[in-house]
Design a protein around this ligand. Structure first.
Ligand SMILES: [Zn+2]
Length: 86
């Protein structure tokens, strides 16, 4: 639970899942980027701005990311405990 205690930690987890090798611009494929204070990534080459949550189920969600992650954490825990039964 503590791993996903803040929105920033959730954003980081989403980024790692989307870009395991680091941010990659969906526009031009460049990896050089800025992080804007709003949490957006801006490509240094084509200056396209990308939200880490764009195109994911988290896009435009009204729920805080922490709630999503805790719910998913509970779901995966549940699956594990079921499959661990004899
Ligand atoms: Zn780019």
């Amino acid at each position: 639970m503590a791993r996903f205690g803040t929105d920033a930690q959730c954003i980081d987890a989403i980024c790692k899942a989307r870009w395991p090798r680091g941010f990659e611009c969906p526009g031009c494929g460049a990896m050089r980027h800025f992080r804007l204070s709003s949490g957006l990534f801006q490509c240094q080459d084509c200056r396209k701005q990308t939200s880490p949550t764009a195109g994911t189920i988290f896009q435009g969600t009204k729920l805080p990311l922490t709630v999503w992650f805790q719910a998913m954490h509970l779901l995966t825990q549940g699956k594990h405990s079921v499959s661990a039964l004899p």
